[in-house]
Design a binder for this molecule. Structure first.
Ligand SMILES: *Cc1c(COP(=O)(O)O)cnc(C)c1O
Length: 424
């Protein structure tokens, strides 16, 4: 049932068989999965889709596994929410949130890529999966390896948020904190990957893994009744997600599901780690690596593997890029929670913070449909916001104590201007 023809170099186009390969031996370009779109077009129609389960696997012909998925079978098809309250706060007409903060099983967009990667690793008969991670990938690989009895080696920067560490450790992987930043973790993992026969999901089986991100784009299109949004804002770490969302739209165009793609793609990064945003703004093709310094740790990749392709995607689509400072990230997390009841992690704050600036600068017009990709859950990065929240009110268990409290609380509210802003 596979529609995968093989792998193909993104640079020179040289073809390879569908094996555990990730770089072109001739030009060192990265490899990408190549599909038989003519055959897919015959098989995959709006009709066939209508009877399928509401998971990312409803688009299985466009995902690179040969058999039925064996793990992560409930991932994807997260809600696309019409965000009217947030739209009002931002002064725009039609705004949607693609909410991967409730993805299955580990509450981030990474469940998409890991569901594909671990299913593929099993097809390749690996008994161990591994990854270099900024946190969410660690959570998803740990959980999904546990669910199918594979061994897991997970490498993370040692200073990640407690929520991300606990949400990996609970599945009992071999979790190793490296005293260094993600780029150092990744470099070490490349060396380890060349010595051990492990499936490093984002290194030696990266071509397959990365395709999982496309499912976010297919879902957005289907949930908008096959009418693509004019603008889509997504966060970037390694730069893969944004590239694959655009690829998914182009594939849907090729298969006749949507009209000609006319969507502008915008990249969002944290201000202390924005090599892709910088390249877009400087109109340069060269990604200058940086040393990350941002509270958005899940996006803190200073030397993004797909940075060049992310810049190219933004440019080809006619989009732009923007960064969010730590303060803007925290304000945006609070704004999303208070307008839409969605608690996102720092990456979501980056996305909304950047979108807000793009709208204020009129780079994104206020009267066209906009989708924001919210990619992770706020319960995992609680330390980012705790200082910016009011203290817990504590009272004695008596009515008198309660009434004393509400008498004072009215006054407190008015004093807290930042909170009041969102209520008017
Ligand atoms: C990994 C991650 C991203 C971005 O992924 P890339 O494909 O590496 O650009 C975005 N949001 C969250 C929460 C992530 O964990």
């Amino acid at each position: 049932m596979s529609y995968v023809l093989g792998l193909k170099c993104r640079e020179c186009g040289r073809e390879y068989p569908k094996e555990v390969l990730f770089v072109c031996e001739y030009c060192f370009g990265s490899l990408e999965v190549d599909y038989d779109y003519a055959a897919i077009k015959k098989q995959l129609t709006k009709d066939t889709l209508s009877g399928r389960p509401k998971t990312m696997w409803r688009y299985k012909e466009l995902l690179p596994i040969d058999n039925e998925p064996s793990v992560g079978i409930n991932s994807g098809f997260t809600p696309l929410i019409r965000a009217n309250n947030l739209a009002k706060a931002l002064g725009v007409k039609e705004l949607y949130i693609k909410d991967d903060s409730v993805n299955h099983p580990t509450l981030s967009f990474k469940d998409r890529v890991v569901s594909v990667a671990v299913s593929k690793a099993r097809e390749f008969n690996f008994d161990t999966v591994a990854c270099a991670s900024t946190g969410n990938l660690a959570n998803s690989v740990s959980a999904q390896a546990a669910s199918c009895g594979l061994k897991a080696y997970i490498f993370i920067p040692a200073d990640l948020e407690m929520g991300k560490v606990v949400a990996s450790l609970i599945y009992n992987p071999n979790l190793i904190g490296i005293e260094g930043n993600y780029d150092e973790v990744n470099r070490l993992c490349s060396e380890i990957a060349s010595r051990y026969r492990w499936a490093f999901v984002n290194i030696n089986i990266r071509p397959y893994y990365a395709e999982g991100s496309k499912s976010m784009g297919y879902e957005i299109a289907e949930q908008l009744n096959w009418k693509l949004p004019k603008h889509i804002v997504a966060p970037s770490a390694g730069g893969s997600l944004i590239t694959k969302i655009y690829k998914s739209f182009k594939e849907l165009e090729k298969l006749g599901f949507v009209d000609k793609v006319d969507t502008k793609v915008y990249c969002a990064q944290g201000k202390g780690c924005s090599p892709i945003v910088t390249a877009v703004k400087e109109k340069s093709d060269i990604i200058k690596p940086v040393k990350p310094k941002t509270i958005a740790k899940s996006l803190a990749i200073g030397n993004p593997a797909d940075g060049y392709y992310a810049v190219d995607t933004v440019r080809r689509s006619g989009g732009w890029a923007e960064e969010s400072s730590d303060e803007e990230i925290v304000e945006a997390i609070k704004l999303l929670a208070r307008t839409e009841g969605i608690f996102t992690e720092t990456a979501g704050g980056v996305t909304l913070g950047a979108a807000k600036k793009l709208i204020e600068q009129k780079i994104i017009p206020s009267d066209e449909p906009i989708v924001l990709c919210i990619t992770g859950n706020g319960l995992k990065t609680q330390e980012a916001v705790t200082k910016a929240l009011p203290k817990l009110v504590k009272i004695k268990p008596s009515l008198a104590s309660f009434e004393e409290h509400i008498k004072n609380a009215a006054g407190q509210r008015i004093a807290d201007e930042k909170v009041i802003e969102y209520y008017i």
